[in-house]
Design a protein around this ligand. Sequence first.
Ligand SMILES: C[S@@+](CC[C@H](N)C(=O)[O-])C[C@H]1O[C@@H](n2cnc3c(N)ncnc32)[C@H](O)[C@@H]1O
Length: 346
Amino acid sequence: MITAIDDEQPLHVFDLPQLYRKPSAEELLQALDLLAIKPRNFGSAADDAPRKVVVDPAGISQYLTSIVSSSLSWIKSDEAKEEVWNAAAARLSERSGRTAMPSMSRVFHIPLSDAQEVALTLHEPSLTADNLGMKTWVSSFVLSRRLHTILDAVPELVPSESTTSQCSQQKVRALELGSGTGLVGLSFAVLRGASASVHLTDLPAIVPNLSHNVDLNRSVLESSGAQVSTGVLDWSVVPDTEPTREERYDIILAADPLYSPEHPKWLVQTIARWLSTGLNARVVVEMPLREAYLPQVEEFRQRMTDIGLGIIEQGEEVAYDDWETATGDLIEVRCWWSVWGWSEKV
Ligand SMILES: C[S@@+](CC[C@H](N)C(=O)[O-])C[C@H]1O[C@@H](n2cnc3c(N)ncnc32)[C@H](O)[C@@H]1O
């Protein structure tokens, strides 16, 4: 039995069950569970259990490899052996970086007001280097948790005058760009309920999981009256025809959308194309201020200004990445959020 040792020295790999002693499958699985690098829901959700036992990272990979390559011949049940090998392989893949993480489902708690929150469940398939939308990123988490205050602070976030005059029941039309797993768009949908229709979009490889996540949250969406759809919208593609006034959106949402040199240009051209021209149209974005991408954030700000959009509200906040380091430390990320509207001068 491995004992918890809060506030004491970390365990060493030699304190874990050693194969030459022929430990049972249960003992091995217990040890392997201690070695899991678990997602922390960005270090702030109530359901984050504090880590009870810390294991010194030195020698862990070797320990795991020895389990994966052992025949475990003293364990009689093939099923139990399989479970041990799988757990050891999963711990190894967690240590090869975020991109090798296995698939998982996570619950995110999103405030609807200061007193009320809703739980959204998102599936995150195993992440591959070129499919970043398979994971929920920290700025979408903090933006979703902030959305209710942003929306309170910007009361003119209502259907544009052009659309309300045609029909008093008109919903706010919201578009999310680069939705990934859909946290921001789904949060907006639940917050606005029956008064909004929300279209979540991303690249073709990402949309099937995005649609799956909409289905996973069907009951909470239905009870709020929200109307949600999903579809492909690739920022790099410029269609021949312009959208009509009715096809444009009152609000465009995006979290963590800039990570390649073309992204600022593509993103802003997509915003220019799809944002309603009414003065109450809004763009709400949040992005991490990671050193390597600061020029792209600056280019994004410049391009938004160039097309006639100005910042109505903005702020910075410190958030924590959802993957701890091997030693259990949290990774701090500075994030910038902003709400944009058309400048009256344009
Ligand atoms: C870092 S992820 C952020 C995902 C999600 N917004 C979040 O914060 O969890 C960037 C997202 O942008 C999407 N993306 C990248 N290039 C794109 C493009 N050309 N058109 C549409 N989406 C794109 C990716 O597929 C991915 O889902």
